[in-house]
Design a protein around this ligand. Structure first.
Ligand code: SAM
Length: 252
């Protein structure tokens, strides 16, 4: 999945939830002072900023294959080494980092096991690799209402539920296949209040990720049907979306 969209559109669509996961993933990874860390699939830099807060910019590196996101992550995190690269081919020597993290990225990797193995390669022996993926498979992700309405409109829609790591236990299986040791699973969550239905819906029309691509592929009439079905499924505003992400950590 390529993310050739403006950072601002990402912030409004998914960044609003991913910001809330960043401290929890950093805690799960056990990020500590004086460590050197890598944020893989950094996007515009939600987790990068959390790592900078904890460690300072010189201790943080980040990669993402999306040009606009690399530009935004650099601009927002002065002093961080941000590079355009994919998890499957990380531009760093072996054992460069104490910890490597991937927040909401494994399910978009073209080869998740290779990506995690690369994260292990650039992490020092017994350093930590950690990742999380929304619970799209269990229907507890932030987009679950949207995908439920989309399935009613098009039962064949690709609703992200089958993506890597999106089911309980699957991230741990991927970590094991990538050769990580002492793997632990966890779940983390994000709760966000939406002030109105429009505030919730409008970012879906910005073309971000699989959900945004699906909306963009619909005629105006079908978009309106989908929007109104979402409105009917959601509580009256203001309402809170609470989303769960499956997380895992392991030792390189
Ligand atoms: C849902 S966003 C998550 C961004 C950020 N980590 C966050 O939490 O907000 C998914 C990100 O994964 C990146 N991505 C997609 N395929 C990738 C790959 N093979 N390796 C690394 N990053 C990838 C996308 O460009 C995008 O920035």
């Amino acid at each position: 999945m390529s993310f050739d969209v403006a950072a601002d559109a990402y912030d409004r669509f998914m960044g609003r939830y991913s910001l809330l996961l960043s401290p929890q993933l950093a805690d799960l990874a056990g990020v500590r002072a004086n460590e050197r860390v890598l944020d893989v699939g950094c996007g515009p830099g939600a987790l990068t900023a959390e790592l900078v807060r904890r460690l300072g910019p010189e201790a943080v590196a980040a990669v993402d294959p999306s040009e606009p996101f690399v530009t935004a992550a650099r601009a927002r995190n002065s002093g961080v080494d941000v590079r355009k690269a994919s998890a499957e081919q990380l531009p760093f020597p072996d054992q460069t980092f104490d910890t490597a993290l991937a927040q909401l990225v494994v399910h978009f990797m073209s080869d998740p096991v290779a990506g995690l193995a690369e994260m292990a390669r650039v992490t020092r022996r017994d350093g930590v690799v950690a990742a999380c993926v929304w619970d799209h498979g269990g229907g507890q992700g932030p987009l679950s209402v949207f995908w439920r309405a989309a399935r009613e409109l098009d039962p064949m829609v690709d609703d992200e539920s089958q993506l890597a790591g999106a089911h309980e236990g699957h991230l741990a299986e991927l970590f094991e296949a990538a050769g990580l040791q002492e793997i632990e699973e966890a779940s983390i969550s994000a709760s966000l209040e939406h002030s109105s239905f429009e505030e919730w819906w409008e970012p879906f029309t910005l073309g971000v990720g699989p959900a945004g691509s699906f909306v963009a592929s619909l005629s105006a009439d079908r978009q309106a049907k989908l929007r109104e079905r979402c409105r009917a499924l959601l509580p009256v505003a203001p309402f809170v979306i609470t989303a769960r992400a499956w997380a895992a950590r392991g030792l390189a």
